[in-house]
Ligand binder design. Structure first.
Ligand code: PEP
Length: 252
């Protein structure tokens, strides 16, 4: 049995602490009963202390900064979230890249988050899927830049989320296909093996993200052999998200 990892990215939602607690409680009812799924809720940091992690249900931040402490108004350090019962952080999300996170910044954030003991969900993915394979170079460069000079002993704390940008969010044309995801996951593992070696690379979970819903989740998990999913919009609907969790448990 290989446990599936299902990650909710709530982004800038919901609107209030009350709604955050309600959404978390609805997910908790299902997530804590599933033996073959680990669920991570990446909520806005202000809500995280209101949500109590449980057996099989973890908390994640949506970003952490690259400095431990100091005069950095508005920033949150990985040490701060780690000491607040948070075990995961998403880094390199395309929406953070779009607002200024360069490859070098992501690398610095990764270094500190790993050193502080967080598990890092590193997002990679191309803007466009071209027909001559340039997008594979983009994925390789994102991985290599993010992992630059990071000791391979940290491979056990890394999760990769493959998220093609064209498949994310309201404006997405469609999700990727399970078949294409599987090809991308093989490629990602090959790139990772140059960093940490073949055997550890095989154990790094590779998730799919981009317009996952109750209908297409099974395809990515089964035909696409995804180790899990990163779910945006559908994680704000507990009925759909819980359905995804049950599907993952049935297919693990
Ligand atoms: C995301 O932004 O990480 C994401 C997967 O969003 P959505 O599921 O809404 O496409």
């Amino acid at each position: 049995m290989k446990t599936k990892l299902i990650v909710a990215n709530w982004k800038l939602n919901p609107d209030s602490p009350r709604e955050a607690r309600e959404l978390f409680t609805s997910v908790k009812r299902v997530a804590t009963k599933l033996r073959k799924v680990e669920t991570v809720i990446c909520a806005p940091v202000i809500f995280l202390p209101l949500l109590k992690p449980q057996q099989k249900l973890f908390l994640g931040a949506q970003d952490t900064f690259w400095a431990r402490e100091g005069a950095w108004t508005g920033q949150i350090s990985p040490g701060m979230v780690r000491k607040s019962s948070v075990q995961y952080v998403i880094l390199g999300h395309s929406e953070k890249r779009a607002t200024g996170d360069s490859d070098a910044i992501i690398n610095q954030k990764l270094k500190l988050a790993l050193a502080e003991g967080l598990r890092v969900i590193l997002c990679v993915g191309e803007k466009e899927r071209d027909t001559h394979g340039e997008y594979l170079n983009i994925i390789r460069e994102q991985l290599n830049a993010a992992l630059l000079k990071i000791p391979k002993k940290f491979s056990a704390q890394i999760v990769i989320a493959y998220e093609p940008i064209w498949a994310i969010g309201e404006q997405a044309r469609s999700s990727d296909t399970p078949h294409d995801f599987l090809q991308q996951a093989i490629f990602i593992r090959k790139v990772l093996s140059h960093w940490c070696g073949h055997a550890p690379a095989l154990t790094i979970p590779v998730l799919y993200g981009g317009s996952v819903d109750g209908k297409n989740a099974a395809g990515f998990l089964q035909e696409g052999q995804a180790d899990g999913l990163l779910v945006g919009r559908s994680s704000l609907r507990s009925d759909i998200f819980n359905q995804i969790l049950k599907t993952a448990n049935a297919l693990a």
